[in-house]
Design a protein. Structure first.
Length: 251
């Protein structure tokens, strides 16, 4: 995608990766609309950064529908949608009480949310001369973290969704780009932020990659390569062991 001159909608952009990317895209001459659930925070960010804002709950189909209609009414020139939705929960699969409610919430937000969002925008995007759907998966789509199985599964789903709809939309003006973050220092999973890549460094590298590789189908910062290519490089068992803190298999 071109790095400038776009009108971009990013739900889930009131903090973390979404907000960091929104700020940088705006700085490069894009009109950026951000979404989130907290209206007070949206109002604050609108004042601080000049974003247009809309309330959206990515776990709620009707909220997605209403927010999408609002964005399109205000910005008919919109040509980039970043289908960003991510909540992360630790789960204990020894019994349903340890995982089922969290798993359902994660799947609804992380997988159904982006699917529903894309469904609201795809017809419009096809009318634009050059449009982009950016999905957001994770390095954990390729090597799972054992304590977050549903999160891992949803991000693997987003990866395969991206691959499939990219092929389907080849006959349109819409490109599908997948952003694949490593662990980043955000509050996605409390207690793990100190182990992630610094947020500003991640966002800066993402923008640099978009600038230097406008035709890329995947945006891969250097830190995610060990996970993304573990299986292809024959390093999957060792990477799985290292990620989850147990000894590498001996057979």
């Amino acid at each position: 995608m071109d790095i400038t001159g776009n009108t971009v909608f990013i739900p889930g952009a009131t903090s973390g990766i979404g907000l960091a990317l929104a700020i940088r895209l705006q700085e490069r001459g894009n009109t950026v609309v951000i979404g989130g659930r907290r209206t007070e925070l949206l109002a604050q960010l609108e004042t601080e950064h000049g974003f247009d804002t809309v309330r959206i709950d990515m776990a709620d189909r009707e909220s997605i529908r209403e927010a999408s209609a609002t964005v399109l009414a205000a910005h008919p020139e919109l040509n980039v949608v970043v289908a960003m939705a991510g909540i992360m929960r630790s789960e204990d699969w020894h019994s349903p009480a340890g995982f089922l409610a969290d798993a359902e919430e994660v799947v609804t937000t992380n997988l159904l949310g982006p699917i529903r969002l894309i469904a609201e925008f795809v017809d419009h995007l096809r009318t634009r001369p050059a449009a982009t759907i950016m999905t957001v998966s994770s390095g954990l789509a390729f090597v799972p973290l054992a304590i977050t199985p549903s999160y891992d599964a949803t991000k693997a789903g987003i990866h395969n969704l991206s691959e499939a709809i990219r092929v389907q939309l080849e006959d349109t003006s819409v490109r599908v780009v997948e952003l694949v973050p490593p662990a980043v220092a955000t509050d996605l999973l409390p207690g793990t932020d100190s182990h992630g890549m610094p947020l500003d460094a991640f966002a800066d590298e993402v923008i640099s990659l978009i600038e230097s590789q406008p035709d890329a189908q995947e945006i891969l910062v250097e830190a995610v390569h060990p996970l993304r290519f573990a299986e292809a490089n024959g390093a999957y068992p060792a990477t799985l062991a290292r990620l989850n803190g147990f000894g590498a298999p001996t057979a």
